[in-house]
Design a protein around this ligand. Structure first.
Ligand SMILES: [Zn+2]
Length: 473
């Protein structure tokens, strides 16, 4: 059996959901735009133009620092990474090398029912390049600068990840963090959240030579590419070979990784401080005022759901919907027992999801959901009525208001129920006779009649007990 163990580090590039680009006022959303429409003299680097840092991007980085359990650097600055490629109008990229805005942190992930911590080395701001288009059957390339200058945050993990499962959970958790904080809209198909995976294997305490898997943009492919690459490296080493330090791509169709660039060809980027942007000092007041806007983090929700013994997959349904997670957290704070909190989960992953599909603007609040659950619990309304009025609760109405305006209180008063039940028995002499003769299945019919006669307002348990008693009289 192989004794080789993998070590994985991950760099994530998340596109910030700001309105404008990193250093100019151009629209940051070009998904539906014609090529080279969202550009200006700054982002196509005309001589004499100067970059101005987007305040929104700084604020998003400050929020993200909180999500990554990291400190915001008091002093932060930008650097130039020099390279020539036609998709970069400047001939360099503005990034952060020496003083990244987000310092050391950690992300907690749940794997095999245990919380483990993955270290964050740092995270920094930078700008994206444009896009090259190679029209089929031509001998030229086109360039679209709409993306040039798009703000990105690169999140660099420590090499703390020890398996493909941990890698996948880490990626999902960071995705949950950036989307729930609203710093990235998470559209993975359009490359808004992509990652590079550094992986090595070793059978000793010393780390092995690593390869880098570039530009993956789906969790499933990350898992497949890592499994393939770990096995490939083990096979090479067990066959007596050595691992080349290189960049490798992932071929989705063939399901293999392939060599792209060896270390010898690696670029020297000649980094130096960006002379056009002065270093920034971020005050503690700014940091705490921006971070005070954050209501909840995915990990807080996950820990609550884990206490309820929900599986990681069930937890993901709530956590992947930041607004639903917020409703859950506010409802659970108002409910008295774990049983009731579980009911809140049931409403949110069941009926609520069905309504979400149809309604674009649900306004369910945690307070109203907790109130609905409490009304069922204290016997004010039946669970049938609760289901009937749920759509109105989701539309923003208060459950107690709906119940009182429509007179939906559960009928629990015995004398009132007895009158209704006696009438049903009188109206249905044949089934009543059948019941008395021993056919107990008829009871279901009678309970159904009583529920119908009370518009679902009767307490079904009570109806059933009274029905049995009165049928025997
Ligand atoms: Zn621009």
């Amino acid at each position: 059996m192989s004794t080789y163990k993998p070590t994985i580090g991950i760099e994530i590039h998340a596109q910030l959901a700001t309105n404008s680009k990193m250093f100019c006022g151009c629209d940051n959303n070009s998904r539906k735009a014609q090529p080279n429409v969202n550009i200006c003299p700054v982002c196509i680097a005309l001589p004499g133009t100067l970059p101005v840092v987007n305040k929104g991007a700084i604020e998003m980085a400050i929020k993200l620092a909180h999500g990554l359990n990291a400190k915001v650097a008091t002093n932060t600055s930008f650097d130039r990474k020099n390279y020539f490629y036609p998709d970069s109008p400047k001939g360099y990229q503005i990034t952060q090398m020496d003083q990244p805005i987000i310092q050391k942190g950690h992300v907690e992930i749940l794997v095999a029912d245990q919380f483990i911590s993955i270290g964050i080395h740092h995270a920094h701001l930078e700008e994206d390049a444009g896009k090259l288009i190679h029209p089929e059957g031509t001998d030229y390339s086109l360039v679209d600068f709409n993306r040039a200058g798009t703000p990105l945050v690169e999140i660099v993990s420590e090499p703390d990840i020890k398996s493909t499962e941990q890698a996948k959970r880490y990626l999902q958790e960071v995705y949950n963090i950036v989307t729930s904080l609203g710093v990235c809209d998470g559209d993975m198909q359009h490359g808004n959240f992509k990652f590079d995976l550094n992986v090595s294997v070793s059978n000793s305490p010393e780390l092995g030579t690593r390869t880098e898997l570039k530009n993956l943009n789906s969790f499933r492919n990350a898992e497949r590419a890592l499994s393939y690459e770990i096995n490939r490296q083990i096979e090479v080493l067990e066959g007596g070979g050595t691992i080349e330090q290189e960049t490798r791509g992932w071929d989705d169709t063939k399901a293999v990784t392939f060599s792209q660039r060896s270390k010898e060809e690696a670029n020297d980027y000649r980094y130096f401080p960006e002379p056009d942007i002065p270093p920034m000092v971020l005050s503690r007041e700014l940091v705490s005022s921006v971070q005070s806007e954050i209501k909840i983090l995915p990990i807080n929700v996950r820990k609550e759901l884990h206490l309820l013994k929900l599986s990681a997959g069930e937890q993901d349904i709530l956590i992947s919907q930041p607004k639903t997670a917020e409703i859950f957290m506010s409802a659970q704070a108002r409910l008295k027992s774990p049983e009731l909190v579980k009911q809140a989960v049931n409403w949110l992953v069941g009926d609520y999801q069905a309504i979400l599909v149809k309604s674009k603007k649900p306004v369910l609040t945690g307070g109203n959901l907790a109130e609905l659950i409490t009304l069922i619990e204290d016997g004010t309304i039946s669970s049938k009525i609760a289901k009937d009025i749920f759509a109105e609760v989701v539309a923003g109405l208060k459950p107690t208001d709906i119940v009182s305006s429509k007179g939906l209180k559960q009928l629990s008063d015995n004398s009132e129920l007895e009158l209704i039940i006696k009438k049903i028995i009188l109206d249905n002499p044949k089934p009543a006779e059948a019941y008395r003769a021993g056919n107990e299945r008829v009871l279901g019919f009678f309970v159904g009649q009583a529920m119908q006669a009370t518009n679902g307002q009767a307490n079904p348990t009570k109806v059933s007990a009274l029905m049995v008693k009165l049928l025997k009289e």
